[in-house]
Each structure stands twice: as structure tokens, then as C-alpha cells.
Design a protein around this ligand. Structure first.
Ligand SMILES: Cc1ncc(COP(=O)(O)O)c(C=O)c1O
Length: 390
């Protein structure tokens, strides 16, 4: 069920359900990891560009909609990620459609992690190529799949950071597999760019991989960068080919220039303000330490995506409702978004959260667990778990 946000103030949202007046909730399920969505310079850039260039682009990129701000954003992201070329899309979903549709045909194949984002799975289906999936984060599994295919006819596609689990793909191993099997490694780094790696360059840079290993990667603008849209970054020939041939790029209206102006401001802040990543990393550690102390069942993740396993849908929903009643917005994620029997609360952290926000959330999670899943105390053997709880 979707919910309506009437007003937003950083990580606080006024949510209006039904006819009644709104309730303010502390948002722990957004993707605004760096707190840039309501940054005054980002919204200021949006307003200034809208005043100058209007509300819309007025056309598709290859006809009359391509604007100097689109160009500037592509150049800024290429410079940030240290790659030769970049291409702006209206969303990450369409960018993934474009990559597989633009680069693969009938006889080709796409080998994917079982937990890849839905847009990658759908992209392979729509491209009409063979889709092969390997067990989550299993580079050997990827190798086994690729070995059954003709060399050079496949894309090996993985999320950089898995959106529902928060763990990071084994990119160095996958890069070796791709090289051995002459597959093109494509990394959807929707949740990694801005957050991980040197200068926030994402999971590919964090794994110390360059364009020779990962010729193409996806940056989304709607998560750590606080806006909307996506950029493919990488090899100039591949990017040029997609710009000329990929139907999801060609046959759609270009993003409003103002949105690109806002993203440009956000990228510049993300590049410069390292304290945002440091703050986020500190909050992740704080959350994990306190959650462990309370016996909450965490999944193995060091990123701002910190899911808590609930198992069945009923428990996940009941806990989400209990949190809501306590003033916290944490979405229950259920199948088919996650595998059967693995419903969870997907907690996400933002540099805009305060320490006491995180502490209060952990208290509320423990209280909800005690009521709705009293048997679900995780056993931890680390020292953190030995700290007595109040
Ligand atoms: C891993 C991943 N890839 C792609 C997308 C799609 O990006 P967008 O929201 O820009 O369409 C998402 C968004 O949910 C995502 O989590």
C-alpha cells in the first residue's frame, strides 16, 4: 500500500493516510543516504535552473530535449568516477532496460545474481536474451553459468550493493570470472555511489576496479544523490552505441534541465563533503552495536541498508505497524520483492539522522520484537552482545 507524504523536513515526514490530518514519522526507509534531498544548495539549484530553463526539457535527447545542464551533469559524473563517458537517463529502471536491450540480442545471454534488482531481471526478459541466474554473491556460480555459454556473448550483471540485503557483491571475483569468460561485467551501483569507496565513487572504486574490469556501471540520482534520474558511466564506445541505439534512451522525454541542475549540485557536494559518508558509517556502526546488544537479528551488511529478518509476512507487517505507532517509518518488505519466508524490515540510515534517532529506533525495534516475535532473539557471541541492556 502506498502512503502519502504531505511535508518533509529532512528525515521527518508528515504522512497523511486517509482523510485525517497527518502524523509526523521519523523516516527509516528512504534512500536519501547522504541527506541531500532537502539540502538548500540542491533545491536552490533546482529552483534557479527552473527559473531559467522552465519546467521541462520539451523533447527527447536525440531530437530537441538535450540541454547544456544534461551535458554538464554527464561530464561531472564521468570526471568523478574517472571514466571517459556518461549518459543521462530518466531513471535507473530505464537505464538498465537500455543496457541489456542495447547490447544484447537473440543469441546472447545475461548472467545475473539471483538477488539483482527487478529492473535488471526485467531488462533481460525484454531484451529477448537468455537469462541465467546464479546463487547470491557466488562468483563460482557465475563462472559455472558462463561456461555453458559461447565466449564473448554474455553480460555478467550484478548489483553493487544489494538493495534489499545491503551486502556488497564480490566484485573482484566477478571481474576475474568475466575476464576469463570474456563477458562484459556490468555493475548496477544504485546504492553504492555516493556512499562507498574513495570520494564516494561507489562499490567498483571501493573494489579498486577500473574501466577495463567494469566497462559500464549505473549511478542512480534518486538515492544518495537525493534527486531523480540515473547515469550510465564507462567506456566511450559502449556509451556512444547506447545513445544511438537503445530504445529506452531514444524514445522518451529527457529529464527537465532543472533536475539535472539539482543533481549537478548534489554530485559536487557528495564529492567534497566526506563528513557525510563518515557520519553515515558511524551511524551504521552505532545501529549495529545497539541492535546486537538488544538481540535483534541483523543481516550481514556494513552499508546504510540494515535489514532485520522477520521470516513470515505477518510478523514483518505487525512489527512495521508497531513501529509506526511509535513514530518510526520502517517498511516491511515481503515476497516477491524478497524470497519466500524472508520477509524483513528494511531499515535504512541517513547522514541526516541523529544519534538519538538511531537509539530510539533500536528501542522501538526491540519493543516490537518482544511483542510480535518474542522467540526471535539473535544469539551473538561477540563482545558487543555481552554489554548488558537496560
Ligand atoms: C539496485 C537498483 N537498481 C535500479 C533501481 C532503479 O532506479 P530508479 O529508482 O532510478 O528507477 C533501483 C531502485 O530502486 C535499485 O535499487
Amino acid at each position: 500500500m502506498r502512503r502519502t507524504v504531505a511535508r518533509r523536513d529532512g528525515v521527518r515526514c508528515e504522512v497523511v493516510d486517509g482523510a485525517g490530518s497527518g502524523r509526523w514519522l521519523l523516516n527509516f526507509c528512504g534512500n536519501d543516504y547522504l541527506g541531500l534531498a532537502s539540502h538548500f544548495q540542491v533545491s536552490g539549484a533546482l529552483q534557479d535552473a527552473a527559473a531559467l530553463h522552465g519546467a521541462g526539457s520539451g523533447g527527447s535527447h536525440l531530437v530537441s530535449g538535450h540541454h547544456a545542464l544534461h551535458d554538464a551533469l554527464e561530464r561531472e559524473i564521468a570526471d568523478w568516477l574517472q571514466v571517459p563517458a556518461a549518459l543521462l537517463f530518466g531513471s535507473g529502471f530505464t537505464a538498465n532496460l537500455a543496457v541489456l536491450q542495447g547490447l544484447l540480442g537473440d543469441g546472447d545471454a545475461c548472467v545475473q545474481d539471483r538477488l539483482n534488482h527487478a529492473s535488471l531481471i526485467d531488462a533481460a526478459r525484454l531484451a529477448g536474451c537468455r537469462l541465467r541466474r546464479y546463487p547470491h554473491a557466488d562468483a563460482q556460480g557465475a563462472l559455472r553459468q558462463l561456461r555453458t555459454l559461447p565466449e564473448g556473448a554474455a553480460i555478467l550483471a550484478t548489483d553493487g550493493v544489494f538493495s534489499m540485503d545491503g551486502d556488497v557483491a564480490p566484485l573482484r571475483e566477478l571481474a576475474i570470472v568475466a575476464r576469463v569468460q570474456q563477458a562484459l561485467l556490468y555493475v548496477d551501483d544504485a546504492h553504492g555511489v555516493g556512499v562507498l569507496g574513495p570520494d564516494g565513487r561507489g562499490s567498483v572504486a571501493d573494489a579498486r576496479l577500473g574501466i577495463d574490469a567494469v566497462p559500464l556501471q549505473l549511478v542512480t540520482l534518486g538515492k544518495a544523490l537525493g534527486g531523480c534520474g540515473a547515469v550510465l558511466a564507462g567506456d566511450a564506445d559502449l556509451i556512444g552505441h547506447l545513445a544511438e541505439t537503445a530504445r529506452p534512451y531514444i524514445y522518451t522525454t529527457a529529464l527537465p534541465p532543472a533536475v539535472a541542475g539539482a543533481a549537478l549540485a548534489a554530485v559536487r557536494i557528495a564529492r567534497q563533503e566526506h563528513w557525510r559518508r563518515e557520519r553515515l558509517a558511524a551511524l551504521v556502526q552505532r545501529f549495529r552495536l545497539r541492535a546486537r546488544q538488544r538481540g535483534l537479528e541483523l543481516m550481514p551488511s556494513d552499508t546504510p541498508i540494515q535489514p532485520l529478518r522477520c521470516g513470515d509476512n505477518v510478523t514483518a507487517l505487525a512489527m512495521s505497524r508497531a513501529l509506526d505507532a511509535a513514530g518510526f517509518w520502517v517498511a516491511a518488505i515481503r515476497p516477491p520483492t524478497v524470497p519466500e519466508g524472508q520477509a524483513r524490515l528494511r531499515v535504512t540510515l541517513s547522514a541526516a539522522h541523529a544519534d538519538h534517532d538511531v537509539d530510539a529506533l533500536v528501542d522501538a525495534l526491540a519493543a516490537a520484537r518482544d511483542v510480535h516475535a518474542p522467540g526471535a532473539h539473535a544469539l551473538h557471541t561477540d563482545t558487543a552482545a555481552a554489554v548488558p541492556t537496560p
